[in-house]
Design a protein around this ligand. Structure first.
Ligand code: ADP
Length: 784
């Protein structure tokens, strides 16, 4: 056609036309060239087919990507590069597009030359001719793997977040997450969490293949030995994820915890593995293990790892929240429980406190206190329908219903009595302790008197008593209809009440005793008061008598002094004149005898007066010692010599023994001589035969002793204590025989006392006496 037209044109026109043709051919060639370059240059796969859908070579970019040869692509050969699962969809879509002459749009997985699959969006456009028929198809395949991955990841994370938020139960959250993960990220996966004891526990697990789930369940048993360096534990302790793109046999062995597990792992056909830690801040809560099997023909990539880590991060937060929530729930529950218990205890404590307060007061009416107590118990234990106290009567020893409170107790009459050991209560009284009874109760009455009365369905009985007071009675509460109404706690509370009751009763007894004692004391006080008043009167009388006595003594001393003075002057005259008369020779024997008697009686009287004078002086404190240095040996010897004539008259041997290393003493010479002369004259007076010995010796450096021993009549034991009394003479008949005043020893004793010494007497009737005087070597004057 073109040549025909050329032939009809002029030469110039033909030339122009040829040139135009050449130019447009050139433009077409360039355009084709540009198109080819574009196809090569683009990252997309570009293809085209004929109108029937048969691919038309060259398929440069397709072959380059899939590794198929041009020949392999021919016909439907290109389908082999599409993932088997997507192939059917690809064919059907393509056939529909051809039939409908429509745009062909589809997504499928395309295998690359290295065997891995990537996602592609396919788009084919029909080139329609003027007559409406399709000339060819031109299409592209765009790699959308990354976009899809990010979309999937985003969807997964969004879903994971909503699953995390949907529950506060940790195991439910983790179970849902495993289901989610096996659909997208893994062929099987599991969560391990650290429990309260720090041990790993498999909490949730899931396999993508539902048929394998039962078999897969045994994975829960394969937990690593806590002391091993199993990868799970390493991940947990380090907080670092483990990414094994391709699991080989060596790696599989590190995972196996025992031979069974090893077999199990082999059967799982594990090909790729991710272990990521579940951590919140620095706390490691557990791990998430994601696995791919060889059937998936996929391996974990860095993007998978990042996705898994993000999933683990969200899971960890949810787990932590769930833990916190559970802890809070538990704490709240415990708190509520504690508050309830506290409330109950407070109520019971208040009741106990009220009881204790009452006990601290002085009990005037024990019966009303006990009534208050049973009322309080009945109020404090809501499930108790009645309460009562039974006490033992201390006189009859029978048990007596003392106080009753509550409902259904009309059958119990306060004052009812029964014997210890009778009925349930009588037995608890005897055995002691406490007991909770629940229906059916033992086949016996509560107490013997109410044999026909109904038994409660629940009963707590506590024996009341104390070590101090012994058995006192029993305390009981009960419920008529509900066997479970009373608990062990109720029984314990009743025991506490029982202790309070025991204290109350013991106190009441003590107070009674105390009051009785107080009464007795008051009586004794009154008696003592009377006695005191009587004694006071007696004291006053004695004082008065003392005054009178002192006055009498004063008068006596005064009289004695006057009398002695008045008697001594005439007595000296009588003695002097008698001596003068005796010296005259013209007296006849009768006259001489009379004058001698006057002289002797005069001397005796003078001696008596002198003695009385000394005694009165000493008694009134008017006699003073005049100590001076003197030679004791000389004093003893001269005194003995002065009295020797008396010894000679009676034919008695008088011997003096001076056993002094140092004869020097300080004493009142006259009074010391008087002491010795008194003792010596008594010895000579009361001795008829034998001898009288005088001894002077040293007791120690500071003490000297004078001893006068005789072989005379001796002194009876009973008289010894009286011989130093004034005017005392052992035997009046003897006194007449031996003469004397009975004042000598009294004066001697007083003088020795003034000299701070002592007299010791030993005597035996008929054998003789020994008077021993012990004195300080140096005697102080009365004024010092
Ligand atoms: P009297 O002037 O009677 O001797 P004393 O006071 O010296 O008075 O003695 C009291 C009594 O003690 C004497 O009457 C005598 O019974 C008894 N008595 C004193 N010394 C002796 C003695 N050496 N032997 C026996 N009896 C003595």
């Amino acid at each position: 056609m073109v040549g025909d037209r050329q032939d009809g044109l002029g030469p110039q026109q033909a030339e122009d036309l040829a040139r135009l043709r050449e130019e447009s051919l050139q433009a077409l060639r360039e355009s084709e060239e540009r198109y080819r370059s574009l196809v090569i240059a683009t990252s997309q796969i570009v293809w085209n087919t004929d109108a029937t859908g048969q691919v038309v070579p060259p398929l440069v970019s397709w072959c380059a990507y899939t590794g198929q040869t041009e020949a392999e692509v021919q016909g439907w050969g290109w389908l082999q590069a599409i993932h088997p699962h997507d192939r059917q969809r690809a064919i059907e879509g393509w056939q529909q597009a051809i039939a409908a002459k429509n745009l062909y749009e589809l997504e499928y997985r395309l295998r690359s030359a290295d065997g891995s699959y990537r996602d592609f969006a396919v788009r084919g456009v029909p080139i329609v001719q003027e007559d409406g028929s399709i000339r060819e198809w031109v299409g592209t395949c765009s790699d959308i793997t990354e976009r899809k991955r990010s979309e999937t990841a985003q969807r997964l994370l969004t879903e994971a977040s909503s699953l995390c938020a949907a529950s506060l139960d940790c195991s439910i959250i983790l179970k849902n997450l495993t289901r989610l993960a096996v659909g997208t990220l893994a062929d099987y996966c599991y969560f391990d969490l650290l429990n309260a004891r720090g041990q790993l526990q498999r909490v949730a697990w899931q396999h993508a293949d539902a048929d394998k789930q039962d078999w897969f369940n045994q994975i829960q048993h394969y937990l690593p030995d806590p002391n091993s360096d199993h990868p799970l534990l390493q991940c947990l302790s380090s907080g670092e994820s483990i990414w094994v793109a391709e699991v080989d046999e060596a790696w599989l062995q590190t995972l196996a915890v025992n031979p069974d597990h090893w077999q199990f792992l082999q059967a799982l056909e594990l090909s790729s593995l991710l272990v990521v830690p579940l951590a919140v801040h620095d706390r490691h809560l557990g791990t998430l293990t994601l696995s791919l099997t060889s059937s998936s023909q996929r391996h974990y990539t860095l993007a998978d790892l990042q996705l898994a880590e993000e999933l683990a991060r969200r899971t960890a937060l949810a787990v932590d929240n769930a833990h916190l929530y559970r802890t809070t729930q538990e704490t709240e529950q415990n708190l509520r429980q504690a508050l309830i218990i506290l409330g109950e205890h407070q109520q019971q404590l208040r009741t106990l406190q009220r009881l204790t307060d009452l006990l601290n007061q002085r009990l005037t009416n024990l019966r009303s206190l006990l009534q208050f107590m049973v009322d309080a118990i009945y109020e404090a234990i809501p499930s108790a329908e009645f309460s009562f106290i039974v006490l033992q009567n201390p006189y009859t020893y029978r048990l007596e219903l003392t106080a009753v409170a509550g409902t259904g107790v009309e059958q119990f009459q306060p004052g009812d009595t029964f014997a210890p050991g009778e009925g349930i209560l009588g037995q608890i009284f005897q055995v002691g302790g406490s007991q909770l009874f629940r229906a059916p109760l033992p086949d016996q009455p509560l107490f013997a008197t109410s044999g026909t009365s109904a038994l409660p369905a629940a009963l707590c009985v506590v024996a009341i008593g104390s070590a101090q007071a012994g058995k006192l009675g029993v305390l009981a509460i009960g419920n008529w209809s509900n066997p479970d109404a009373l608990s062990v706690e109720n029984l314990q509370l009743l025991v506490a009440f029982g202790e309070q009751a025991a204290i109350a009763l013991t106190n009441a007894k003590l107070i009674n005793t105390l009051e009785e004692r107080e009464e007795r004391l008051a009586i004794q006080n009154r008696v003592l008061g009377k006695q005191n008043r009587r004694l006071e009167r007696q004291r006053q009388q004695i004082q008065y008598q003392n005054l009178k006595l002192r006055e009498a003594a004063r008068l006596k001393s005064q009289f004695l002094a006057t009398m002695s003075h008045e008697l001594r002057t005439p007595m000296n005259a009588i003695i002097g004149f008698s001596q003068l008369l005796l010296r005259q020779a013209k007296l006849n024997p009768q006259q001489r005898d009379m004058v001698e008697r006057i002289l002797n009686n005069g001397r005796n009287l003078l001696a008596l007066v002198n003695d009385i004078l000394d005694l009165s002086r000493i008694e009134t404190g008017r006699l003073e010692l005049k100590p001076e240095p003197l030679n004791l040996a000389t004093l003893v010897t001269t005194t003995a010599e002065e009295l020797r004539s008396l010894a000679q008259q009676k034919n008695l041997a008088l011997q003096v023994h001076i056993n002094l290393e140092n004869p020097h003493v300080v004493n009142d010479q006259t009074r010391l001589r008087q002491v010795l002369a008194n003792l010596l004259s008594n010895a000579l007076k009361f001795t008829e035969t034998g001898q009288v010995n005088v001894v002077a010796e040293e007791v120690d450096a500071e003490t000297i002793a004078l001893e006068v021993r005789d072989t005379g009549i001796g002194i009876a034991e009973a008289d010894l204590e009286h011989i130093f009394e004034e005017f005392h003479q052992v035997d009046q008949t003897l006194a007449k025989k031996f003469s004397g005043t009975g004042l000598g020893l009294a004066i001697t004793d007083l003088l020795v006392q003034m000299m701070k010494g002592q007299i010791i007497v030993k005597s035996e009737l008929g054998k003789g006496s020994t008077f021993r005087v012990q004195l300080p070597r140096s005697v102080a004057s009365a004024s010092t």
